[in-house]
Design a binder for this molecule. Structure first.
Ligand code: CP
Ligand code: NVA
Length: 316
């Protein structure tokens, strides 16, 4: 059974397939056939808030001919202590795929191990792979004009600077994705929020030991960057640490001055939701090189492609 829990769950040729299909689905929205999820129901188990992920998956499943079934964790028995394994076994008897947003990454791994349908990670405390594939697609759409339309090739050798909380799910996911796509990653954040030794061990186990640079100098981090990326300083579940996080990360706000230190044709990306005045200024969000709303839209096209590829992969 094939799942999408982390960036490296797809080989490079499959990433290329996802990206090419996303481009096709985007170009032919409303006219694309066949409806690859016809007759299928995909359940979405969410334990955290969501605007983009929830809506893009619900709309995407519908557009592929399937039926989305949204389940708040607390509405089902999982929220009252039924085991993850039994939940996976039972839901697998009813639905054709599971899309899961939760806290512990091990929860999505356990659902995948116990169930018999594909599981998609819709964000955990550790990784947010749907977002990273979308982000990469969003810049590749633009850069691939110089690589004869080859989306993946257009990413190779590019540099992303990730600024702020460099120990959050978005930073970790981008480090993994960038290494898979052949990109360079430079992190600019406080020492207290650099990737943990556990993450470094995971990265090494994925075949990318030492696959990033870290500095506490944000200017050094963005130098020669093709993408400047940031994310909220207080991720979901970290609200109790808000005051301390905002204080420690204050020097890492992405301002127009900082953005100007990247390449002149660099793009600004943010997974959203943004907190203007915290991790980024409104001026940067409004900069013509900020492509955050194309990025948000592309969640729909890329996730449809991911579901289509998983649905068409033979099951064992
Ligand atoms: N970027 C993202 O995942 O947004 P939501 O939390 O709104 O789904
Ligand atoms: N790091 C953020 C990402 C939100 C899409 C969080 O986990 O809250």
């Amino acid at each position: 059974m094939k799942h999408f829990l982390k960036e490296t769950d797809f080989k490079l040729h499959e990433v290329a397939e996802v990206m090419a299909l996303a481009r096709d689905l985007k170009a032919k929205r409303g006219r694309h056939t066949p409806p690859v999820l016809a007759g299928q129901t995909w359940a979405m188990i969410f334990s955290k808030s969501s605007t983009r992920t929830r809506v893009s998956f619900e709309v995407g499943i519908h557009e592929l001919g399937g039926n989305p079934l949204f389940l708040n964790r607390n509405d089902i028995q999982l929220g009252r202590g039924e085991s993850i394994e039994d939940t996976a076994r039972v839901l697998s008897r009813f639905v054709h795929g599971l899309i899961v947003r939760t806290f512990d990454h091990s929860d999505v791994e356990r659902l995948a191990a116990a169930g018999t349908v594909p599981v998609i990670n819709a964000l955990t405390d550790f990784l947010h792979p749907c977002q990273i594939y979308t982000d990469a697609f969003t810049v590749a759409e633009r850069w691939s004009k110089t690589t004869g339309g080859d989306l993946l090739a257009s990413l190779r050798g590019r540099k992303i600077a990730f600024i702020g909380d460099t120990a959050c799910n978005m930073a970790y996911s981008w480090i993994l994705g960038a290494n898979l796509f052949g990109m360079k990653v430079s992190l600019g954040g406080p020492e207290a929020f650099r990737p943990t030794p556990e993450f470094d061990a995971f990265l090494a186990q994925q075949g990318f030991a030492g696959g990033y640079e870290f500095t506490s100098d944000p200017v050094a981090a963005v130098r020669e960057a093709d993408i400047v990326y940031t994310d909220v300083w207080v991720s979901m579940g970290k609200e109790e640490e808000s005051r301390e996080r905002l204080r420690i990360m204050a020097p890492f706000q992405v301002t127009s001055d900082l953005f100007a230190k990247a390449k002149p044709d660099a793009y600004f990306l943010h997974c959203l939701p943004a907190h203007p005045g915290e991790e980024v200024t409104q001026a940067v969000l409004d900069n013509p090189r900020s492509i955050i709303f194309d990025q948000a839209e592309n969640r729909l096209h890329v996730q449809k492609a991911i579901m289509a590829v998983l649905a068409q992969t033979p099951r064992n």
